[in-house]
Each structure stands twice: as C-alpha cells, then as structure tokens.
Design a protein around this ligand. Structure first.
Ligand SMILES: *Cc1c(COP(=O)(O)O)cnc(C)c1O
Length: 482
C-alpha cells in the first residue's frame, strides 16, 4: 500500500493528461482537488464526541418512529419491518459487492434478482419484470416510456392518456413527462370509475389509461374488466399503479384483470416502509407483447448461469446507473421468502381487516364521504368537527399528543379535509384499539373543548412548524447563533 499515491499519480497522468495532473498535485489523498477543498468554516462548533452523541440522541427522541408506535399514514404503508430484513441486506456479500464485479462472481445477487422476479410473476401474473426502478414514480415513468415506445414502434400515432381523479398524483406527472397529453376524468359518486364515464373520452388519439388499483380512496375499481376492454378495443394500453398491492396480494392477479403494465412499490408492499422520500424499488411488470421494451439490462437464466442481458430489441434504455436499489430488493425478497404465497394472502387479509375495523369503529365519530367498501385504508374527513371550528390539521396535531403519528391529511385531493388512515397488517388489535380510542377522544374534545384540539400539539418540543417555509426557504448555510 506504500506506493499507492504514486500509482494514483500515474493513473491521473495516463487518463487525464498533464494539465489535470498538475492541478491535482497538492490534493489530499482523499482525491479532492485543492480548489474544491473548503477552508475553515467560521463559527463551526468545536465539541467532543459525547456532546455530539448526546445531541443527536436527544434529537432522535423528539421524532416518532415505527419502533416507538403506530404510524397510520395512508397510502405510504408505514408498516413494521422485521429486523431480519436489515440483517439480510447487510450481509457483506451483498453490502460490499461492487457494481462492476464480473458476472461469474455475482451469481448470488443475480440469482436473488431472478428469484424475486419469479415470485412477482407468480403473484401478479405479469409476463416479465424489471427491478431497476428506484421509486414508484420512477416505475410510472418507465411504464409510460414503454407505452410511448410501443405506440411509436407500431406507428399508431396515439398520444393521449386518460387518468381519473382517484389516481395517485404522480400518475399525470409521469404521463406528461413521457410526452403524453393527459385527460383527467372525474370518478363517480361511489369513488370509482365506471365504463360509461370513459366512453365519451375514447377516440383515435387514446394511447391508454392509467388507473390506481386500489385507488387513492382505498377502493377496488370494480369495473376494471369493462374498462380494460374499452381501452384495448381502441388500441390503447392499460397501465395500473399497483403501489398499494399490499391490499390485493395473493387475491388478485393483475394479468387477470386486463393489465398491460403495472408498477409495484416493493417498499410499502413487501418490506421497507415508505416515507420521507427514502430509497425504494418501483418495479414494473409487463404483458408478453411489451417485454421487448423493458429497460436494459434484464436478468435472465441461461442454462445454469444467471446473466444480465443488454440485448433487448426495443428497450427504452437504462433507467438507473446500475441495477436499482439492491438493498430494498434484498429486503423484499427476504419478506417474500418468509411469507411464501400463503403468508402473502394473509398480508392483504389483515391489511383490509384492520382498516375496516377502524372504519366501523370510527363511523359516527368522523364523517365518511364515501360509503363504498374499502380495502387497506379508509378516508374520513372533518365535516362533523367543522361545526366547532376544528379542522383536519388540528385533529392530526392532536393525534401526536396521544402518542401516534398522524394519518395522511388533505389527500386524496377529491375529499375535502381528508383524513386517510392506513393501519397496515402489522399492528396488533391492542394497538389499533388504543388508536381508535384516541380518535374517539379527539372527536369528543372537538365538541366539548375545541380550543384544546385547535391549539394542539401540547406535548411536543416544538408546536406547529411552518411546513411551507422549510421547503421554500431552506437554510443551507451554517450561521453562528448570535
Ligand atoms: C406511494 C405511491 C406512489 C409513489 O411512489 P414513490 O415511491 O413515492 O415514488 C405512486 N402511487 C401510489 C398509489 C402510491 O401510494
């Protein structure tokens, strides 16, 4: 190792030339050229290790986490993930694997990717998968690019995607980014799309439809078969956002309901909670006629070997620099292996049972804007509480005082003052009962002492923060407090 700096200088000379080598002469061994190294930071605190550890530990206590309590954030599926998933993802054979390692030495991870795909094919019925995509919205973009290329190659000259208002907000954005014209259509009074409502929008330009199933109200699109037929007869493709597949796992195969392209969020459905925009895996599955458009490379099995095949006829190209967020896929695979197909069925059964238990226990305390049967989540609103001036935001803040993370609020957009609760399949009845009793107390307080709710939270280190300011006016430069 003693001659390492000399070797490095040779590499810089050989690959970058003399001028760059000269500019690199005085750089630290870290490899950062001198002009990019920062000098002293004025006012940088000078503290000992225990001070730093205590500071950050204190901060961590101020945060709510799944390890400290229920996190009923609708759509985000903040379920408990067994610690064994972390252990699997941290095996050195995975965590230290360099992405440029030659394929004969990466058979283990390639086999894991291949097996993950086989499992996904079995539970969704789709023909082929790509695991590359780094998030749900990224999967949507890939799916829409596939739709665009499919229509281009087949010279159909179709450029419109129909999207109902019950679709996730990322759907129209993804379709627009892939170059489509987006036509938004309203859902019916039952929170569903009816085939008759689509008919007026069908024309020669319709390239497909993007539906979220279950939709953002937690409702299954009961007329999906008729809708898919209408779209297919018009030469279009059916894209389904299956981010919340934990509601249908082991119960519904997307291939059976006429779906051509889906994305699943392995985070949310299998393991790894979703939230704070953390890493994800928005894998996509396609029907056989769309296989030739998948992102490159795909994992294949050739005799006894697992290989990465870059030779895909009409590929939309690479969507990530390597193979995706491998750590998330390892966690999901571990979850799949732990559950098997039978266990997967129980995931959707418990997710649905828990949400419907909350729904029936809180009915009468909170307004239910839609009476249609829901699956893994339930959407209430603040209509009853409005009578004393209490709003959804106040209820959410008061939930914190009872030791829970607030539910998702003001989403989906089609419900005014929405309170969207997703208990997930991993909460015990005791914990769910505690949550229900907190929500009932808040409903009672809203009548008897509305000021208490409007002024919440009362138990947190900070009260209400200006959430908009944090995004619009970030303070990125350290300034010494005066
Ligand atoms: C979470 C979610 C998405 C987006 O997934 P990301 O991983 O956040 O990009 C898309 N659609 C639905 C229905 C979702 O719940």
């Amino acid at each position: 190792m003693m001659n390492k700096p000399i070797v490095r200088e040779k590499v810089i000379m050989e690959y970058h030339g003399e001028e760059h080598a000269a500019s690199m002469k005085n750089t630290a061994v870290s490899g950062i050229p001198a002009p990019y190294l920062r000098g002293d930071i004025e006012g940088m605190p000078d503290v000992s290790e225990p001070d730093v550890v205590r500071h950050f530990t204190r901060l961590s206590y101020m945060n709510h986490s799944l390890d400290s309590g229920m996190y009923p954030l609708g759509s985000c599926t903040m379920k408990y993930n067994p610690k064994v998933m972390e252990k699997a993802a941290q095996y050195e054979g995975f965590s230290l694997l360099h992405p440029l390692t030659p394929q004969p030495m990466t058979q283990g991870i390639l086999k894991l990717l291949y097996n993950t795909e086989q499992y996904l094919k079995a539970v969704t019925g789709m023909d082929s998968f790509s695991l590359q995509l780094a998030a749900g919205a990224h999967g949507e973009l890939a799916g829409m690019l596939i739709a665009a290329k499919y229509h281009r190659v087949n010279k159909t000259n179709k450029h419109t995607i129909i999207i109902p208002d019950t679709a996730h907000g990322t759907n129209p954005a993804s379709a627009a980014m892939a170059g489509f014209k987006v036509v938004n259509i309203p859902s019916g009074s039952h929170g569903m799309i009816e085939a008759d409502m689509i008919k007026p929008f069908i024309n020669d330009d319709v390239a497909g439809i993007m539906l979220t199933i279950p939709n953002t109200l937690g409702i299954f699109e009961a007329q999906i078969l008729e809708i898919a037929k209408l779209i297919h007869d018009a030469g279009g493709l059916v894209y389904v956002d299956g981010a919340n597949f934990n509601a249908l796992l082991g119960k519904v195969r997307y291939s059976d309901i006429g779906v051509d392209i889906i994305h699943l969020n392995l985070h949310k459905t299998f393991a790894t909670p979703h939230g704070s925009g953390g890493p994800g895996a928005g894998v996509i599955g396609v029907a056989s006629r769309l296989k030739e458009f998948l992102p490159s490379p795909v994992v294949e099995k050739k005799e006894q070997d697992f290989i990465l095949n870059y030779d895909i006829k009409n590929t939309i190209g690479r969507m990530v620099s390597f193979y995706g967020n491998i750590g998330i896929i390892i966690r999901a695979y571990t979850y799949m292996r732990m559950l098997g197909i039978e266990g997967a069925r129980q995931v959707s059964e418990f997710a649905t049972l828990n949400a419907n238990y909350i729904r029936s226990m809180l009915k009468g305390y909170y307004n239910l804007p839609y009476s249609t049967q829901t699956l893994h989540e339930v959407v209430f609103n603040d209509a009853y509480q409005n009578q004393t001036g209490v709003k959804t935001l106040d209820i959410a803040k008061r939930v914190i005082d009872y030791g829970f993370h607030p539910p998702t609020i003001y989403f989906p957009l089609i419900v005014h003052g929405a309170i969207m609760i997703e208990p997930t399949e991993t909460e015990s009845k005791d914990e769910i009962d505690r949550f229900i009793s907190a929500m009932k107390s808040i409903a009672e307080e809203s009548k008897t002492d509305p000021g208490l709710v409007i002024d919440a939270p009362h138990t947190t280190p900070v009260k209400r923060v200006d959430e908009v300011k944090a995004a619009r006016d970030p303070r990125l430069v350290y300034k010494k407090p005066v």
